[in-house]
Write a protein that binds this ligand. Structure first.
Ligand SMILES: [Fe+2]
Ligand SMILES: [Fe+2]
Length: 330
């Protein structure tokens, strides 16, 4: 065993599978490892849950195992993306899993064809859910399960942003692909959900975290944007949306501190959608909440390239309120 070079692996990468394409070892001491999962054999997940909760860095695999696991995930993602005509509920469950795999893959391998194929599957499902008149409450219940903020808010942004594109008549497949891909991967280099919820430079600087973590969070728009730029099949504007996703209309965002006139219209759509998703993620969805968001948006986003998107959001909010029981229609 001592001749094997082993690398720590996050158990979240393999907990959802029944069999793995590689052996997994548990670290018992500085040079002491024991094999707990045998390649291609069914395994007992109890041991993973038990040790994961104590210390998630105790699981190790070889370098070759790492490569096999990556390839295994690429194949799995491809298989998941190709399942067609799923009912909305199953499609959402599939997409939550796909987005998790996708974010790992972008970090490790970049924006591959498999990532784009998976994005297209999410777009198809979003359009189908609109045709099926899936409600906002259904999306909240299906997607925002409070298990994995980074995956869940990314998928929710994608669903809502595509609906907004339809309302704005920006409804062509190229635009859908730009906004959906940006949504699904925009925070993929952040692993801690708390870090992904730090929206402004001020929140990051005030957070009780070390300087290098602050730098990593502040740089994630540039880091992920440059991964997108290196893709073999470069999709224009995705890098820009990701680069600008923490800008704010009043110029208090980062990395540039642009105001509404300088921020790309698709970035404006993204920023407002993420703001909306974060607000409903942390609250109970209700007509009162939507009325409050509507008021806040009117004040906050009434400038530059945000203005047009604001109109679409106002319609969206009115539509929600008109369909809510107990709401007086005006
Ligand atoms: Fe985010
Ligand atoms: Fe972010």
């Amino acid at each position: 065993m001592s001749t094997l070079k082993l690398y720590s692996v996050d158990p979240e990468k393999f907990i959802n599978h029944d069999k793995l394409p590689c052996d997994v070892y548990l670290k018992l001491g500085p040079k002491k490892f024991v094999k707990v999962i045998k390649q291609n054999s069914e395994y007992n997940k109890e041991i993973i849950y038990k040790y994961r909760d104590m210390d998630s860095s105790v699981f190790h695999i070889t370098k070759e195992g790492m490569e096999s696991l990556k390839q295994f995930e690429v194949n799995l993602m491809r298989k998941l993306s190709r399942a067609e005509n799923l009912p909305t509920e199953s499609a959402i469950a599939r997409n939550l899993w796909t987005v998790q795999l996708m974010q790992d893959q972008v970090r490790e391998l970049g924006v591959t064809d498999t990532v784009i194929e998976a994005t297209d599957a999410v777009i198809k499902d979003s359009i189908k859910s609109l045709k099926d008149e899936t409600t906002l409450q259904d999306l909240v219940d299906g997607i925002m399960r409070k298990n994995d903020y980074i995956v869940e808010h990314s998928l929710m942004i994608s669903y809502i942003a595509i609906e907004m594109c339809q309302r704005l008549k920006w409804n062509n497949s190229a635009t859908y692909e730009k906004i959906a891909l940006a949504s699904l991967i925009h925070d993929c280099t952040l692993e801690d959900p708390l870090h992904a919820q730090l929206d402004t430079k001020g929140m990051i600087m005030d957070a009780p975290i070390d300087a290098s973590t602050k730098k990593h969070i502040l740089n994630h728009p540039q880091d992920i944007s440059s991964i997108v730029q290196q893709a073999k099949r470069f999709i224009p504007d995705v890098d820009k949306i990701i680069l600008e996703h923490h800008e704010r209309p009043d110029g208090n965002g980062f990395p540039f501190g642009f105001t509404g006139t300088k921020i790309h219209p698709l970035s404006c759509l993204f920023i407002m959608t993420e703001d909306f998703v974060n607000t409903i993620y942390n609250s109970q969805l209700s007509p009162d909440l939507i009325r409050k968001i509507k008021k806040d948006f009117e004040i906050e986003y009434n400038s530059g390239n945000f203005r047009k998107v604001l109109e679409a959001f106002q319609d969206y909010f009115d539509n929600f309120l008109n369909q809510s029981p107990g709401t007086i229609k005006v």
